[in-house]
Design a protein around this ligand. Structure first.
Ligand code: NAD
Length: 494
């Protein structure tokens, strides 16, 4: 029988209240990896109660900000020590390349170190309010219990983007990881325990969105929900949060433009286009899925990207020379393939891919890197997030036309601009309606650099100093330093 993984609640592995589990499968081999606890409302209630108790208990609430920073630093160290095991677990779970996950896991401690350093640097201010006798100052406080709901494509990194600032700010957390990738987030909670976080500060309830995610969002003791996932789910979560007047941070979908001007270094730009859409088999929110190329370099770009797409080595994500692993689960494969078929019926030309690769030794959910042309902004393959290795390449004539085309989308997560014209780079950075702009690079990321999805791509900021404030509330304190008689309350001021 497959190994069984339980929730992590109040510092302990905790079996699901109704004894139910679900299977997690390796998308490359289709083997069952383990069974995880199938969380329900009762499990969520226990986790939130444990987080609330921990929030109030002196073991956590009486720590100084500097002491919280020490704990985060220790957690970063432990993650660094276990980086290779964590990477292997994530790769087995979601099919992403082991070497990519190793890179992510080795970078992950930096997130904890960064927020460890910020924990004691969030300061209030003294305000020259109404009179010299009044001392008015502000102080930042933690919110309480923060819920974190995350997707499967980069499970620990995306969870860390939420919990590192939330913990640094003094909150406690309940995490609901994706049902496709439960293992490493449970391991993270154990490492937090080993690092010395008091029991109940970090809790994990595994399970499905409707069964475990929804009860977390609607739990009356939740102070804030931080969500990364699809725009459709994000919209439901935002409505629920609004109804209860709790804050939400949402990192949602994208359909990012990757733009190649005629003055770009075409060799670099084609690599940037390939990396933008085929890295992680296109299963990233920031995928550069809409490629715009100036008409004078369009044919050359299509040729270069197509040639590289055809030569991408598809196979076992655990092998060092593999460049593209499988999609994460059967529905993903079905979705990607049906979008490509739809595009073809709408008139798209398929230059590379467009089907599952043949002759692979593994039975998993593989899909060949796909390049489409003869597409436009009216077609669903260009408008909707496919979340797979599918590039739609379109020509443009002028910068003015390009800006209109690039911004003609419901999303606003990221954009790439390839040009050697400095003035144009700055102009485009200002005019493109997206929270992250990369010039002559793509996919760059750092815990230090704030990111925000514009339009349907999100609400609120992750990373950077700014995200500390997403998990804090501001209090204004007024102190009368005048010990004389208080004036008559019925003499109203005008
Ligand atoms: P999803 O919305 O299906 O699921 C995300 C999480 O929400 C999972 O844990 C799921 O169980 C949970 N969930 C589902 N329904 C819920 C509900 N009704 N209430 C509460 N929780 C619920 O998304 P996914 O398929 O796991 O992830 C892919 C999506 O995530 C893509 O759209 C991608 O663009 C987006 N994403 C965004 C970012 C970003 O930073 N902007 C990063 C990675 C992925």
């Amino acid at each position: 029988m497959a190994e069984r993984l339980n929730h992590f609640i109040d510092g302990k592995r905790t079996a699901p209240s109704d004894g139910r589990y679900f299977e997690s499968t390796n998308p490359a081999t289709l083997e069952v990896l383990y069974e995880a606890a199938r969380g329900n409302a009762e499990d969520v209630d226990r986790a939130v109660a444990s987080a609330r108790k921990a929030f109030e208990a002196s073991a956590w609430s009486r720590l100084t900000a500097t002491q919280r920073g020490h704990l985060l630093r220790r957690l970063g160290d432990l993650i660094g020590e276990h980086a290779d095991d964590l990477a292997l677990s994530e790769s087995l779970d979601n099919g992403k390349l082991l070497r990519e996950m190793r890179g992510q896991m080795r970078a992950l401690p930096e997130y904890y170190y960064y927020y460890a350093g910020l924990a004691d640097k969030i300061q209030g201010t003294q305000i020259p309010a109404t009179s010299l006798e009044i001392l008015n100052y502000t102080q930042w406080e933690p919110l309480g219990v923060v819920g974190a709901i995350t997707p499967w494509n980069s499970p620990l990194t995306l969870t860390t983007s939420k919990i590192a600032p939330a913990l640094a700010a003094g909150n406690t957390v309940v995490i609901k990881p994706s049902e496709y990738t439960s293992r490493t987030v449970l391991r993270l909670a154990e490492l937090a325990d080993e690092a010395g976080f008091p029991a109940g500060v970090v809790n994990v309830v595994t399970g499905f969105g409707i069964e475990a995610g929804a009860p977390l969002v609607s739990h009356p003791s939740l102070a804030k929900i931080s969500f990364t996932g699809s725009t459709a789910t994000g919209s439901r979560i935002a409505s629920e949060a609004a109804a209860r007047f709790i804050g939400c941070t949402l990192e949602l979908g994208g359909k990012s433009p990757n733009i190649v001007f005629d003055d770009a270094n075409i060799a670099n730009a084609s690599m940037g286009v390939v990396a933008g859409i085929f890295a992680a088999a296109g299963q990233t929110c920031i995928a550069g899925s809409r490629v715009f190329a100036h008409a004078s370099v369009f044919d050359e770009l299509v040729e270069r990207v197509t040639a590289r797409a055809r030569s991408i080595r598809i196979g076992d994500p655990l092998h060092n020379d593999t460049e593209l692993g499988p999609l994460a689960f059967a529905d993903q494969l079905e979705k990607v393939d049906s979008y490509v078929k739809l595009g073809a019926t709408e008139g798209a030309t398929v230059h590379a891919g467009g089907k599952q690769p043949e002759g692979l030794e593994l039975p998993g959910y593989f899909y060949s890197p796909t390049v489409l042309t003869d597409v436009n902004n009216d077609m669903r393959v260009v408008r909707e997030e496919i979340f797979g290795p599918v590039a739609a390449i379109m020509p443009f004539e002028t910068e003015h036309e390009l800006v209109a085309l690039a911004n003609d989308t419901e999303y606003g997560l990221a954009a790439g601009v390839w040009t050697q014209n400095l003035a144009r780079a700055h102009r485009l950075a200002r005019r493109i309606d997206a929270g992250t702009i990369w010039v002559n690079t793509y996919r760059a990321m750092s815990p230090m650099s704030p990111r925000q999805g514009f339009k349907s791509s999100g609400v609120g900021i992750e990373h950077g100093i700014q995200s500390m404030y997403e998990y804090s509330r501001l209090k204004s304190v007024w102190i009368n330093t005048d010990e004389g008689p208080v004036s008559d309350p019925f003499v109203m001021r005008g």
